[in-house]
Design a protein around this ligand. Structure first.
Ligand SMILES: [Zn+2]
Length: 80
């Protein structure tokens, strides 16, 4: 999908003013989709952690590993 937008943008450059508008829109969507993917990817990375027992990627808020059933100790917050 992202690459298709980029290709469409390049093709649009060869079709005069109307094509330039189309390619501008395509490139804009291309950049936005790249940015969105990056943000979502980073968010997932922050929101997930690894089970210390079986190394499965689990949610940071999980208290029990869905893979091996081990109890996950919550990270101790300083000051409490
Ligand atoms: Zn586990």
């Amino acid at each position: 999908m992202t690459i298709a937008l980029f290709v469409l943008g390049v093709i649009g450059l060869f079709f005069g003013p109307i094509g330039w508008v189309v390619s501008f829109v395509c490139f804009s969507l291309f950049v936005v989709s790249l940015f969105t993917k990056g943000v979502i990817g980073t968010g997932k990375l922050i929101m997930s952690t690894k089970c210390p027992y079986c190394r499965t990627k689990i949610s940071r808020s999980a208290s029990i590993c869905p893979q091996c059933g081990s109890t996950i100790e919550k990270e101790k917050v300083a000051g409490t």
